[in-house]
Design a protein around this ligand. Structure first.
Ligand SMILES: NC(=O)c1ccc[n+]([C@@H]2O[C@H](COP(=O)([O-])OP(=O)(O)OC[C@H]3O[C@@H](n4cnc5c(N)ncnc54)[C@H](O)[C@@H]3O)[C@@H](O)[C@H]2O)c1
Length: 277
């Protein structure tokens, strides 16, 4: 099997390359940054997602695409449109024309960041993006639906929580996912026959999860790791365990944390949360 990873030079791309060693006949790595430690089964295409000629070349003979390349934080709308919106559109459009059967899309918890932390949501919750970045992930999920309905190209959208090496702060006790658990979900996205345009949450087995990840479990996901193992350490540390703006009542209230506070100006919510805190 031949699998293409976009954003392969990034943090998650590096983890997946490690987990996928020897798993596929060929891993095709696409990124604007050069990758200098290529393994025997890997080849790289270095360039922009919107370079259609290069991306088409990279897609030649590819069975599945793991689409990770994006701006992974808040940014001006022009940049989000160019990079995430147009980038994702181009990946789907060319994957379809190259005859690719599956896309695994690195979506984000920030597509639903404006749910309160007190609420457990599942994959069918309406989107509540907390940033323009989160909005671009909703777009990716909708593009996947369009290609599934229109052309039969199937997608798994993984709303990734926090894919750091280990949980570093309180919110990540709900959201953390290990490299091997994420790789397991990606494999489900590539191989499982029941994928259509399916959404799951990219989290390990975390007792404090904001999500009911039942769909992932039905697809056979059995996370091996848990943020719970780091809970005592994180909760004991004072000060250092906090995310930026974590003192802000908006960050504390919503699942999206400090992303929700960026440019936040909802007077009714602010008044309500200030009264509660
Ligand atoms: N890391 C996390 O915890 C997390 C959480 C939620 C969602 N995600 C999503 O997972 C994906 C990967 O995240 P990451 O942490 O590895 O990000 P990253 O920034 O480390 O990696 C992204 C890579 O994509 C490349 N890239 C971006 N735009 C490109 C373009 N237009 N053309 C070519 N290359 C481009 C960058 O050079 C970079 O190497 C992102 O889509 C991100 O939104 C990550």
């Amino acid at each position: 099997m031949r699998v293409l990873i976009t954003g392969a030079a990034g943090r998650i791309g590096r983890k997946l390359r490690h987990e996928f060693q020897g798993r596929f006949d060929r891993l095709v790595l696409f990124d604007r940054l050069p990758i200098t430690d290529l393994k025997e089964s890997e080849i790289q295409f270095c360039g922009e997602l919107t370079d259609k000629a290069l991306l088409l070349q990279a897609l030649d003979g590819v069975d599945a695409v793991v689409h990770l390349a994006s701006i992974p934080h808040e940014a001006p709308m022009e940049d989000i449109i160019q990079n995430n919106v147009m980038g994702t559109w181009t990946v789907y459009e060319l994957a379809h024309s190259a005859g690719v059967k599956r896309v695994v899309h690195g979506s984000s918890n920030h597509a639903v960041g404006f749910y309160p932390r007190s609420e457990i949501i599942n994959e069918s919750a309406r989107v509540r993006p907390d940033t323009r970045y989160g909005l671009s992930k909703c777009w990716g999920e909708a593009v996947g639906q369009y290609y599934a309905d229109k052309h039969g190209l199937k997608s798994l959208h993984i709303r990734i929580g926090n894919a750091a090496d280990r949980p570093e702060h309180e919110r990540s006790l709900a959201l953390w996912i290990s490299g091997r658990d994420l790789a397991q979900l990606v494999m489900i996205g590539i191989e499982h026959p029941a994928i259509d345009n399916t959404i799951v949450y990219g989290i390990s087995r975390n007792a404090r999860a904001f999500y009911d990840n039942g769909v992932a479990e039905q697809l056979g996901y059995q996370p091996l790791d848990s943020a719970d193992d780091y809970a005592t350490d994180i909760l004991q540390r004072t000060g250092q365990s906090k995310e930026p703006s974590n003192e802000n009542p908006v960050a504390q209230y919503y699942q999206g944390g400090h992303f929700c506070t960026l440019e936040f100006s909802n007077p009714e919510t602010m008044a309500r949360l200030n009264k509660q805190s």
